[in-house]
Design a protein around this ligand. Structure first.
Ligand SMILES: [Ca+2]
Ligand SMILES: [Ca+2]
Length: 228
């Protein structure tokens, strides 16, 4: 008699990731049935893994699927992972996410099992992000030597962008500094003092008269203005 134990076979998503995300088509029809998710099911499963750097967030979801699946996300340890993030039966397309707050690169596992014993085809999509917990409209100072100096950036649509310095003066800087918890602005430097930003320019048409009030700094009305 020969006993064998099948290894937990995962498909690494790291090598398939381009520009912070990706998607892959697959099928569980010919896969093994070695595990059941913590929310049930007893079908074949496909297991994916991603070694997530500290401080980053991994989002995973099925963008299409031809059968009734269950999916579970876990992190840490060997395949299929020591810690459960979330286990879902329906909807099959429900997104899971895990933020790596462990301080070291940690493996995330995504187990695609079935509602009962079925199997089928799917498309798994994922995105890796580094802006966990940042809210729409948040401001920060980037590129400076300390937390109290730098280029003004605004978070919008999941991305940090810069503010054009045309029409950006002492009053506008005061508003930003107070938003960041400081008493006010010491001085304002023009002309990309802290380097040109590489991302989007979210606010390019801040009329002086309107930015003198905090209310004017809410993003929607300003973004509605044409950039110049
Ligand atoms: Ca299974
Ligand atoms: Ca399901």
């Amino acid at each position: 008699m020969v006993c064998s134990s099948q290894p937990c076979v995962t498909t690494s998503l790291n090598a398939l990731t381009v520009a912070g995300g990706g998607s892959v088509n697959g099928s569980t029809i010919d896969m093994a049935n070695m595990y059941a998710t913590t929310c049930g099911g007893n079908g074949n499963e496909a297991v994916f893994s991603y070694v997530l750097p500290a401080g980053q967030t991994l989002r995973l979801w099925q963008s299409q699927n031809s059968y009734d699946s269950r999916h579970e996300t876990r992190w840490g340890g060997d395949c299929p992972g020591d810690n459960v993030v979330q286990c879902t039966d329906d909807p099959d397309t429900l997104e899971h996410a895990w933020h790596n707050d462990q301080g070291v690169a940690t493996t995330v596992y995504f187990i695609l099992d079935s509602f009962s014993s079925g199997s089928g085809e799917f498309t798994l999509s994922w995105a890796v992000e580094d802006n966990w917990g940042v809210e729409e409209g948040e401001v920060r100072l980037a590129g400076g030597a300390s937390a109290s100096a730098g280029r003004v950036e605004v978070f919008h649509s999941g991305e940090w962008g810069s503010v054009c310095d045309d029409g950006f003066g002492a009053a506008e800087a005061d508003v930003v500094c107070r938003q960041l918890g400081f008493e006010g602005a010491q001085n304002v430097n023009c002309c990309a003092e802290y380097g040109e930003a590489s991302g989007a320019i979210w606010l390019g048409a801040c009329a002086r008269a309107r930015v003198r009030h905090c209310r004017c700094c809410s993003l929607p009305p300003l973004l509605a203005l044409p950039l110049r």
